[in-house]
Design a protein around this ligand. Structure first.
Ligand code: ARG
Length: 728
């Protein structure tokens, strides 16, 4: 009773919104001002400069953004060895697997550096510095209309980026924060020669599969290792056998001391996107309309793929990475929709909005903020009418691979538009398509895609308002008497895309006429025309009203709560989150310990289910308790642990760092009960799932026999050297 009263009083002053230590994805350049005292109280032993410094080497120099924000990795040796998740290298592992060399099933370990495999397309970016450029950008936005804002922001950002990278080999980006209220510059050094060094088999790296994904208790060895290479001069260079390992300015020492409940733990990495300032109406639209559609479409996609993958190893390998990507967010959306309800997120948002509205209604704020929430509401009213069309284009139309490839051909179609196409432009468009062919066809199975295309078009036809579908599509369906297998077989028989030879022959002598007769290209063109024409026109203004509304809402919240420490939404820029190693109660009377051991792997083993196969060699090591120096003091082998840090997608692979700046684990997931956490942080139950570094070392050394990789690291000694050696 008292507590409630106290909260009510505090809330009048807006003080209940003080963030708690574990919530928040903080910008490293501000921790000294905003977080350092708090971190020290929690046990941190480092100085702010040891975490983030522009002039001296600091933790930030060991943190790597992979492929522009897909994942995070960390440097763990002076020779550019990186640790990240298995699921972050999954595409590379898949891409290099064949039925004969199936690294997905068997794992891969380079026993010497010349055996490391180039991870085509993967990049590794190190942050050089960040800078607040809000004043520069906002100065240009004074008195500017909403329509003019984005082009101006783009132009100013371009010039800031150009100035920041002039005469360097760096790249830079200016990003918007707090929904367009603030702007920051990030300067990176980006390496393009990244190689796969090692990965456990999927039965370790993806143990538990989609059943355990997003859940605790977890027993996944979700890690892999990469290496960054530079040219002989130490600067970024494209792959060459002559390249040398890059020497990062800092690499994380690895601690085998282990973790205890409530130990200080922090994570640095590149969270991709959160929506913590989304309004209740936005949440409602997401969980009632958008996400159920995504779940339905993705579920169908997975069923179609799985059927073919189960029949053939070749198809299984081809579709493994696509399947994993679709499955990961299929389950994410199921979880988010469920937990938004269970955690009463809409109610909590509404309470915050009521407080805001009361404040905005006061004479002082009315003019600026009085209508903000009402404007957001009415923008959503219109957007809602087109939400399904939008979702189905993204998920179902672009779910069909033949339609995706058709989309890739649109540039060429435009180049052919002119009566006498400019030969330089035309050639560039042809080359752009040719450059994509290897990647596309390598993992393409036309019969699978034909089934998928039938299923995706059927769902689109059934679920989207026909006014919002293109006439060409409706006609095609009618002509085939609503038989979608027939629709798909018509497309696949007549289109040049399903067969690489046909498309290549066309590229020898491309013509607009031929493209316009291709049913896949026609269909995609029709969807695009409808979408970019009518639908965009119908919702464009609502989206811009929404972005104005969101900007003002966040600005108002900050003004309303001057004492609150705000942190910006994730946007693929470097962040730090700090907290503790911690257990939790997922529901009434149920307790989850903060760590798992190999006992749980054996408990979960199920040879009849490919998600729960335990490799013989792992069982052997377990039975002999042959854990090397990596076991806990009680002789058990730890696998994963929990922290209450605040992370999201993009953080995958991030280092979990102890009070002394040493690596204790690699973050790879969030927990089911807090799947609504990207929208509203759940202080009591939100957890980060981490693979314990001791399990990583054990797998590398004892399972894979790649001790040379452990030797390359800087190991921090065990405080209690009660080493449990192998006893048979
Ligand atoms: N949920 C994790 C993430 O988004 C990915 C885990 C991958 N494992 C799996 N079984 N699919 O970072």
């Amino acid at each position: 009773m008292k507590r409630i009263l106290l909260l009510a009083i505090l809330s009048i002053f807006g003080l209940n919104n003080f963030v708690f230590a574990n919530e928040g994805m903080w910008l490293p350049m501000f921790i000294n001002r905003l977080n350092y005292q708090d971190m020290k109280k929690m046990g941190l032993q480092l100085t702010p400069e040891e975490i983030y410094s522009v002039n001296n080497s600091s933790l930030k120099d060991a943190i790597v953004m992979l492929s522009g924000g897909m994942c995070t990795a960390e440097a763990i040796s002076k020779d550019g060895l990186l640790l990240t998740n298995h699921h972050c290298a999954f595409g590379t592992i898949q891409n290099n697997s064949t039925v004969e060399h199936d690294y997905l099933t068997d794992g891969f370990w380079a026993m010497s550096r010349d055996k490391e495999i180039p991870a085509k397309g993967m990049t590794a970016s190190f942050l050089i510095r960040m800078e607040d450029v809000s004043d520069v950008v906002n100065a240009k936005l004074d008195g500017v209309s909403n329509a003019e804002r984005n082009p101006i922001i783009k132009a100013v950002s371009d010039s800031i980026q150009a100035a920041a990278t002039k005469d360097t080999h760096y790249n830079a980006s200016v990003k918007s924060f707090f929904d367009g209220n603030e702007f920051y510059l990030f300067v990176y050094e980006t390496f393009t020669d990244v190689r796969l060094v090692g990965a456990p088999p999927s039965s370790i790296g993806k143990f538990g599969g989609d059943t355990d994904n997003w859940m605790w208790p977890r027993h996944t060895g979700d890690f892999s290792m990469l290496r960054v290479y530079s040219g002989q001069d130490g600067k970024p260079a494209d792959y060459s056998a002559e390249n040398i390992p890059f020497h990062p300015r800092h690499h994380l020492p690895v601690s085998t001391k282990g973790v205890n409940k409530e130990d200080f733990a922090m994570i640095m990495g590149y969270p991709g996107s959160t929506d913590r300032y989304l309004t209740s109406r936005g949440v409602e639209l997401a969980v009632t309309v958008d996400q159920p559609a995504r779940v339905k479409i993705r579920g169908t996609k997975l069923d179609v793929w799985k059927e073919d993958m189960d029949q053939s190893d070749e198809v299984r390998i081809k579709y493994a990475s696509k399947y994993a990507g679709v499955a990961n967010y299929w389950k994410y959306f199921i979880g988010q929709t469920e937990q938004v309800k269970k955690n009463h997120v809409i109610e909590k948002k509404k309470a915050e909005e009521a407080e805001f509205q009361a404040w905005a209604n006061t004479a002082e704020h009315k003019e600026e903020y009085g209508d903000v929430l009402a404007n957001i509401e009415s923008a959503y009213d219109n957007i809602e009418k087109y939400t399904l069309a939008n979702t189905y284009i993204q998920e179902a139309v672009f779910g069909s691979e033949v339609l995706v490839m058709s989309y890739r051909l649109m540039g060429l179609r435009r180049a052919l538009e002119a009566k006498n196409p400019d030969p330089i432009q035309l050639n560039a468009a042809i080359q752009a398509v040719k450059g994509r062919l290897d990647n596309f066809y390598k993992d393409y199975n036309a019969p699978t895609d034909q089934k998928l295309t039938a299923a995706m078009l059927k769902l689109t036809y059934e679920d989207v308002n026909h006014d919002q579908l293109p006439a060409y599509f409706l006609d095609l369906v009618k002509k085939n008497k609503n038989d979608f297998d027939k629709v798909a077989s018509y497309i696949f028989e007549k289109s040049m895309i399903p067969n690489r030879d046909d498309l290549e022959a066309f590229l020898q002598k491309p013509s607009a006429k031929k493209m316009d007769k291709d049913p896949a290209i026609q269909l995609l063109g029709a969807f695009l025309g409808k979408f970019r024409g009518e639908i965009s026109a119908a919702v464009g203004e609502s989206y811009s009203a929404l972005s104005v509304g969101n900007r003002l809402y966040v600005a108002g919240l900050k003004e309303m709560q001057p004492m609150r420490k705000f942190y910006p939404n994730a946007n693929s820029t470097m962040r730090l989150t700090y907290g503790q190693v911690l257990d939790y109660f997922p529901r009434d009377a149920v307790y989850y310990n903060y760590y798992t051991t190999m006992d749980g792997i054996i408990e979960k083993e199920d040879p009849s289910n490919d998600e729960f196969i335990v490799p013989e060699k792992l069982k052997d090591l377990y039975n002999k308790k042959d854990f090397g120096p990596y076991a806990m003091e009680d002789g058990e082998m730890p696998v994963c642990f929990l922290t209450n840090n605040d992370i999201t997608g993009g953080n995958s692979g991030s280092p979990v760092i102890n009070a002394n700046g040493e690596l204790i684990g690699c973050a790879f997931d969030g927990n089911w009960e807090a799947m609504s956490g990207d929208i509203f942080f759940e202080k009591n139950i939100q957890r980060t799932i981490v693979v314990d570094i001791r399990y990583v070392l054990f797998i590398i050394d004892k399972y894979a026999g790649a001790k040379h990789l452990v030797d390359e690291m800087t190991l921090a000694k065990k405080s209690n050297p009660a080493v449990i050696e192998a006893k048979p």
